[in-house]
Design a binder for this molecule. Structure first.
Ligand code: BES
Ligand code: ZN
Ligand code: ZN
Length: 481
């Protein structure tokens, strides 16, 4: 995505425009004719908020903020979606420029509208060679506002760029992005945005005794990688680091417990969605030079039924020496995450957040409307994360984490088993992970919102990049208040 928001002072001629305003009278000063004002007024009486004014050769929209009944959270999300609605028409008509005029002085409102436009302009079209009609590049989103600063615009541009990067990583098929290639791409991103990247190869992974990652990788032709990232600027305001861990299963076939349910394999390139969110968050934080110490960890491999693949009944010794009985090779995410969570202990973190497309159970519980959260961090920490989730509209629902769920993953012949049965699958997966932590920790199961095959508003079809805006907002507020 090359599109950016650009702050302007002069009104450009002959481009599509969106006027954000509170009172209709203001339109007189902005060149609207009497007929147009009468038209907008009649529409406003029917409670329409986004009003299109017919015009040849460009779009002209009015977005009313007057009698808002909704909370700011709901209103801002409605504005992002209006951005998407407008983008759809720009695309259909192939109008390349759009200008948002803020006549409200409401910074949040104009940023939400622009963010919706910008996120909507993302498309994964690098493989389209023939039907160029499908490809549309929005050239510029101009914004004229008395309250929005160049810094605001820069920040939102960079965060949306990070979201696009995450979406590209997920949308890229495993044929072009295996675990080694994911490490290579991350190195390039680290160079570009200024965070450090170290990619452990298979022999290093063996020497660290990452038994979970090695077991899942056994059926693969490609070696695993373990990607470590660090952002620690000189003016860092936090003592101990926050560690972000992302599940990097570059493709999940299920392994020997091959996914056989019709359709269940189709979207499994999404299984490194957690990794993409963590990499995207590192990009967003480093690009915006946020003075927070963050470490990112991504265990990466595909999960395949190769000749020497791990099988049910295998017993694995993990990085922290716990033993795990494999019940089902399709419950692979928790095995690779467990090693990473165990490795995270050496950083004595303030907080660890892992993101993973971990369970079908999370999808069943919430659909794609939110992510499932649980863990051992205190209520306040959870509350602040959930608040960020509401604000950026990447919502987190906190699930119970009662001891009883832990009983379901006890093994008769090893310390743990990798599956707890059909009930409460998202929670038993979380309980499994808890055995590898000894610090405040939040687990986010993003299996629902990470990838949505049908149209999903400004989040787009396919990868949504969910988690990037959430983590950015949460960590930025940790140091900027
Ligand atoms: N990667 C999947 C979870 C998933 C499901 C992600 C749907 C995105 C969309 C995970 O590794 C998995 O296969 N989980 C299984 C485990 C079970 C079969 C043992 C699940 O939750 O269904
Ligand atoms: Zn699986
Ligand atoms: Zn998986």
């Amino acid at each position: 995505m090359n599109t950016q928001i650009k702050l302007i002072t002069d009104k450009p001629d002959n481009v599509s425009t969106v006027f954000l305003l509170k009172e209709l009278e203001m339109l007189q000063d902005f060149g609207f004719s009497k007929e147009e004002i009468a038209y907008v007024t009649s529409k406003a009486e029917t409670k329409e908020k986004l009003i299109g004014i017919p015009e040849l050769g460009k779009l002209k929209y009015v977005r009313l903020l007057d009698s808002e009944q909704d909370s700011l959270i709901v209103r801002n999300e409605a504005l992002r979606r209006n951005g998407y609605d407008i983008f759809q028409i720009l695309k259909k008509e192939r109008y390349n420029d759009v200008c948002v005029f803020d006549l409200t002085g409401d910074k949040d409102a104009c940023l939400a509208m622009c963010e919706g436009l910008l996120l909507s302009s993302y498309a994964f079209n690098k493989y389209i060679t023939q039907d160029k009609e499908k490809v549309f590049d929005l050239n510029r989103i101009m914004l004229s506002s008395p309250v929005v600063t160049p810094d605001d615009v820069e920040e939102i541009n960079l965060v949306c760029e990070a979201v696009s990067i995450a979406r590209n990583l997920v949308n890229e098929p495993v044929g072009a992005l295996n675990a080694v290639q994911l490490g290579d791409v991350t190195k390039v991103l680290g160079e570009k945005y200024g965070f450090s990247v170290d990619v452990f190869n298979k022999s290093k992974i063996e020497s660290l005794k990452f038994g979970g990652l090695l077991a899942v990788n056994k059926g693969s032709q490609d070696p695993p990688t373990f990607i470590t990232m660090e952002w620690k600027p000189e003016n860092v305001k936090t003592e101990k680091p926050v560690v972000l861990v992302g599940k990097g299963v570059v493709f999940d076939t299920g392994g020997m417990n091959l996914k056989t349910m019709p359709g269940s394999l189709d979207e499994m390139k999404c299984d490194m969605g957690g990794a993409a969110s963590v990499i995207g968050a590192m990009v967003a934080l480093a690009a915006n030079k946020i003075p927070v110490h963050v470490i990112g960890l991504v265990p990466a491999t595909d999960n395949r039924p190769g000749f020497n693949a791990y099988v049910p009944g295998d017993i694995i010794k993990m990085h922290n020496e716990l033993t795990v009985e494999v019940i089902n090779t399709d419950a692979e995410g928790r095995l690779i995450l467990a090693d990473a969570l165990s490795y995270a202990r050496r950083f004595e973190p303030d907080l660890v957040i892992d993101l993973a497309t971990l369970t079908g159970s999370a999808v069943m519980a919430l659909g794609h409307y939110g992510m499932v959260g649980m863990g051992t961090a205190n209520e306040d920490e959870f509350g602040v994360l959930q608040e960020s989730g509401e604000i950026v509209y990447e919502r987190v629902v906190k699930f119970p984490f009662w001891n009883e769920y832990g009983e379901l993953i006890k093994s008769d012949i090893a310390d743990l088993k990798n599956l707890g049965g059909r009930e409460a699958g998202a929670i038993t997966a979380g309980k499994f992970l808890a055995h590898f932590t000894n610090y405040p920790w939040i687990h986010l199961d993003i299996a629902g919102p990470a990838y949505v095959a049908k149209d999903n508003n400004y989040r787009g079809k396919g990868a949504s990049g969910v988690g990037v805006r959430l983590l950015y907002h949460f960590l930025r507020n940790r140091v900027k208040g």
